[in-house]
Design a protein around this ligand. Structure first.
Ligand code: NDP
Length: 316
C-alpha cells in the first residue's frame, strides 16, 4: 500500500512542490485545490507522474466546501497517513474585507477556520488509518513572530482577546481582535492561529492517538505566487532582497522538500514542534525546533481559540 497525504493548495508554490517531493518519495498525493484545471496543469508542468496524485476540489474559504471535500475523500475509500494544511491567501492591498459564504472575513476563513474544520474532520480518518506513523502538519511563517527579525515589520499580529470571534465574526466585524480591518495583519493573525491550532491539536490528541502534530517555517519562498496580490515592483524586488540582503531566500523546490521531510522523516517525529531552518539560509543548514511567539505559545489562548473556532465552523 502506498502512503497517502492530503495537501491543501497544491496548485502552486510550496504545496505544488511538496506534492512533487511526496510523489518522488513514493507517496500518493491527494491535491486538494480550488481550481482543478489549474492544479492539473501545474502538476504536469512540474512533472508529477500521473499515477501518483488525485485531484479533489476544496475551497477553504467556504466551510460547506470543506465538509464536501471530506465526504468526497471518504467516498474515495483511500486511507489517510498524513495531512498538510498549506493553502493560504495574502491580500495586502485590499481596502475592504472579502467575505466567505458564511459572512466571515475571507483571509481568516481560508487560512485558519477552513483548515481548523478540515483538520478536525480528517482527524477521524487519521485515527482509523492502519499506518504506524501518522502526521498532521500546518504551515507557519516567520511573520507570525515579532521576536524574529522577519516578524518585526508592522503591522504585527495581535489576536487581542479574540473579541471578533466572540462577537460572531460577521460584518461589520472583520478582525479577530474586533479592531479595524487591516489585510496584512489579518494574514499574520491567521498564521498565529495556525500555530495555536497545531499546538492545541497536540495537547488534545497526541497522547491518545499517537498522531504527530507539527508546524514549520520553510524559509522565505519569495518566488511563490503568494505575493501575486502585491505591487508588481514588490514582486520583482522581494526575491532579490531576500537573496542578497537578508539571506532568507529559499527555492520552491527546497521548500517543498522540507515539507515532505517534516511529514516523512523520523527526525521530525516530535509532536508539538515548530520546525525552522533559520532566517539566513546556510549551505547544509540544519533544521531545529524553534520557540514560537509569545501569543502562539499561550496555552490559554489556544484553548479559547479552539472553542470559539468550533462554534464558528458549526462543530459546537
Ligand atoms: P501560493 O500563493 O503559491 O499558494 C497558495 C495555495 O493555496 C495555492 O495553491 C492556492 O490556490 C491555494 N488557495 C488559496 N485560497 C484557497 C482556497 N480558498 N481554497 C483552496 N486553496 C486555496 O503561496 P505559498 O506557496 O507561498 O504559500 C503556501 C503556504 O506557505 C502558506 O500557508 C504560507 O503562509 C506559507 N508560507 C509561505 C512563505 C513564502 O515565503 N512564500 C513563507 C512561510 C510560509 P490557487 O492556485 O487556486 O490560487
Amino acid at each position: 500500500r502506498k502512503s497517502t497525504v492530503v495537501i491543501t493548495g497544491a496548485s502552486s508554490g510550496v504545496g505544488l512542490y511538496a506534492a512533487k517531493a511526496f510523489a518522488r518519495r513514493g507517496w500518493h498525493v491527494v491535491m486538494a485545490c480550488r481550481d482543478l484545471v489549474k492544479a492539473e496543469k501545474a502538476a504536469q508542468e512540474v512533472g508529477i507522474p500521473k499515477d501518483s496524485y488525485t485531484l479533489m476540489h476544496i475551497d477553504l474559504g467556504s466551510l460547506d466546501s470543506v465538509r464536501q471535500f471530506v465526504n468526497n475523500f471518504r467516498a474515495s475509500g483511500q486511507s489517510l497517513d498524513a495531512v498538510v494544511g498549506n493553502a493560504a491567501i495574502y491580500m495586502p492591498l485590499i481596502k475592504e474585507p472579502l467575505r466567505s459564504p458564511e459572512g466571515y472575513e475571507l483571509t481568516m476563513t481560508t487560512n485558519h477556520l477552513g483548515h481548523f474544520l478540515l483538520c478536525k474532520l480528517l482527524l477521524e480518518d487519521l485515527k482509523k488509518s492502519p499506518a504506524a506513523d501518522k502526521r498532521m502538519v500546518i504551515l507557519g511563517t516567520v511573520t507570525h513572530n515579532p521576536d524574529e527579525l522577519g516578524g518585526k515589520i508592522p503591522p504585527r499580529p495581535d489576536l487581542g482577546e479574540l473579541e471578533g470571534f466572540v462577537a460572531g465574526f460577521k460584518a461589520p466585524i472583520s478582525m479577530i481582535d474586533g479592531k479595524k480591518f487591516e489585510p496584512v495583519k489579518a494574514y499574520k493573525d491567521s498564521k498565529v492561529c495556525n500555530v495555536l491550532t497545531m499546538r492545541e491539536l497536540h495537547r488534545r490528541y497526541h497522547e491518545s492517538t499517537g498522531i504527530t502534530f507539527t508546524s514549520l517555517y520553510p524559509g522565505c519562498v519569495a518566488e511563490t505566487p503568494l505575493f501575486r496580490n502585491h505591487y508588481p515592483l514588490f514582486q520583482k524586488l522581494f526575491p532579490l532582497f531576500q537573496k542578497y540582503i537578508t539571506g532568507g531566500y529559499v527555492s520552491q523546490e527546497l521548500a517543498g522538500e522540507r515539507v515532505a521531510a517534516v511529514v516523512i522523516e523520523p527526525e521530525y517525529k516530535q509532536s508539538g514542534a515548530y520546525w525552522s531552518w533559520g532566517n539566513r539560509q546556510k549551505k547544509e543548514g540544519k533544521s531545529f525546533v524553534q520557540r514560537v511567539s509569545p501569543q502562539a505559545r499561550d496555552d490559554a489562548k489556544a484553548e479559547r481559540l479552539w472553542d470559539l473556532s468550533e462554534k464558528l465552523v458549526g462543530l459546537a
